[in-house]
Design a protein around this ligand. Structure first.
Ligand code: NAI
Ligand code: CS2
Length: 499
């Protein structure tokens, strides 16, 4: 149904120059729909005033150059199309990205990117390079020194291919030139994302120059941030929908209306007046981060794996089914919320109620397959950290066990009806090997997965009851199907720890 309420927002005519004070790594959909929108608000607010020093130079170091080429063709302007529902749409024209670079190892712009990051006018570097882009062990948070791209950057520090490598080289150049370091602001879905980024950068720098590593340790700010806006990957169907709205823009992104950005306020070289543009600046982002990762992202991953196994394609289609809504409520109320120290003034029921409404927004067509990607990088912070806390307290973890069983089955590459799907994960080959090796032995398969110490904490690996709960859930999924298994899990609580 064509929307009947379309609101269009554009940057006022340019009166004062915009300087690029921000470099971003990871010119993806989320960056264009989230951070760039906040930065645009600041540009729009100051266009007639003192000017603006916070334009963005945005770069891709992976994927390909096509988006960069396309943005350059359209004067770096693109549309963010916000659907509150199928009836109400806001179109925003974004021009906050003032330069786009493709700085991959096969790209022409790596030196240009490093030069921008070495410019004293650049005072903040932000990142959305996905959880796997930091080359950290998802469980321990340690740098994956042996990963090929990291090994490359250790051997060729001046020609870095990874996000940590690019940060180290740029910081090394600034240090050599006597230029104060930029602030590094991670905007990826990781717990304590600033600290994790810091650990990756310092670990890599130590391979190069101990004094450089110590300088970074002492001088560089790595504030954490919690980011939230549902931004599905664009599909051809999305582009057709936008064309019907009169938006012919290959670089457009679709997203929900909701947006939140909570940032630790540690910017030694200054920052935009983000409070004026809707950003929450706080001393400690951890309560916001943990709540969002466990309640929103944890629920998303439950829907992704169990919904996919049930042959469901999108988030809204999953939450349209009572069993899935009951699953989320049970998970939130009985397994996730009890592990949280909520941000002051937060009502958990109001928050989860808003999540259910957001998930039910059928104008997003958010594909479960996108959320299922990179589970090895996501599940530690979404389910497993909370699961360990619950288990240690002797509390129920039945939905966590069911989720783990669903994920293990999902990594076989087919749903319960045999429909094949890609397993998009840095550990996909490992999963395939485990499935081949233990094809006929569910307990052994579960033990093998729980033994993946890059994913599962030792407390879960070594807990025989949890392993049995996962085996039971996996057996039921394959025998009874998803929704029947959910019902059993929520009624009989087949995984009661003391049963
Ligand atoms: P996307 O697929 O549109 O963009 C991914 C970006 O990461 C691309 O720029 C790609 O070049 C880069 N990338 C991928 N692997 C990399 C690697 N190994 N090293 C360096 N760069 C790499 O995905 P999207 O939607 O922009 O999401 C990116 C990240 O943003 C997510 O992983 C998540 O951490 C965060 N995020 C996404 C949300 C969403 O709803 N899409 C919401 C909240 C956070
Ligand atoms: C999703 C997130 O793809 C996924 O893993 O769970 O990208 C989710 O859409 C965002 O975190 C919402 O803020």
């Amino acid at each position: 149904m064509a929307p009947n309420d379309i609101h269009i927002e554009r940057e006022p005519s340019q009166t004062t120059p915009v300087k690029n004070g921000i470099v971003h790594l990871g010119l993806g959909a989320f960056h264009r729909a989230h951070q760039a929108v906040y930065v645009q608000r600041g540009i729009n607010r100051t266009r007639t005033g003192q000017g603006n020093e916070w334009g963005i130079c945005s770069a891709n170091i992976r994927s390909n150059h096509m988006l960069v080429d396309q943005l350059r063709k359209q004067d770096l302007r693109y549309h963010v199309v916000e659907f509150s529902d199928s009836e109400h749409v806001t179109l925003r024209e974004i021009s906050a990205i003032r330069e786009a670079l493709y700085a991959g190892s096969d790209g022409p712009d790596r030196e240009a990117l490093l030069a921008r990051m070495s410019d004293p006018g650049v005072r903040i570097v932000t990142l959305t390079v996905t959880e796997k882009g930091y080359f950290l062990n998802p469980g321990s948070g340690e740098l994956l020194h042996d990963a090929a791209p990291i090994a490359h950057d250790i051997a060729h520090p001046e020609l870095p291919d990874t996000a940590p490598g690019i940060l180290v080289e740029a910081l090394a150049r600034r240090r050599s030139a006597g230029i104060a370091p930029f602030t590094v602001l991670c905007c990826d879905n990781m717990p304590h994302n600033g600290q994790r980024t810091r650990r990756a950068v310092i670990s890599l720098a130590r391979h190069r120059d101990t004094e450089l590593a110590e300088w970074i340790e002492a001088e560089v700010a790595f504030p954490s941030s919690m980011v939230d806006r549902i931004v599905p990957a664009m599909t051809d169907a999305d582009r057709q929908r936008l064309a019907a709205l009169g938006v012919e823009d290959p670089a457009a992104v679709v997203c929900e209306t909701f947006s939140q950005w909570v940032v630790e306020d540690r910017f030694p070289l200054g920052r935009p007046d983000w409070e004026a543009d809707g950003v929450e600046m706080v001393a400690d982002v951890a309560p916001f981060e943990t709540m969002k990762l466990r309640l929103l992202n944890g629920a998303h991953s439950l829907l992704a794996y169990l919904g996919a196994l049930a042959g469901i394609d999108t988030v809204d289609a999953a939450v349209a089914r009572p069993a899935f809504r009951q699953l989320l409520q049970h998970y939130w109320q009985r397994e996730a919320i009890p592990t949280l120290s909520l941000p002051d003034g937060t009502d958990a029921d109001v928050y989860t109620g808003s999540l259910l409404a957001r998930f039910g927004n059928d104008s997003l067509q958010h594909r479960l397959q996108q959320i299922a990607m990179d589970g090895s990088q996501k599940l530690p912070q979404r389910w497993l950290a909370g699961g360990v806390e619950r288990m240690t307290a002797g509390d129920e973890v039945s939905v966590t066990a069911l989720g783990v069983a669903g994920w293990i089955r999902y990594t076989a590459g087919s749903n319960l009806s045999g429909r094949l799907h890609p397993v998009d994960d840095p550990m996909a080959e490992t999963f395939a090997t485990l499935h081949r090796r233990h094809a006929c032995d569910r307990p052994a398969l579960v033990d093998a997965f729980l033994g993946l110490d890059a994913v599962f904490p030792a407390a879960l690996r070594d807990d025989r009851q949890f392993a049995q709960q996962v085996v039971d859930a996996l057996t039921r999924l394959e025998r009874d199907g998803v929704e029947a298994t959910i019902t059993t899990a929520l009624t009989l609580n087949f995984s009661d720890r003391d049963a």
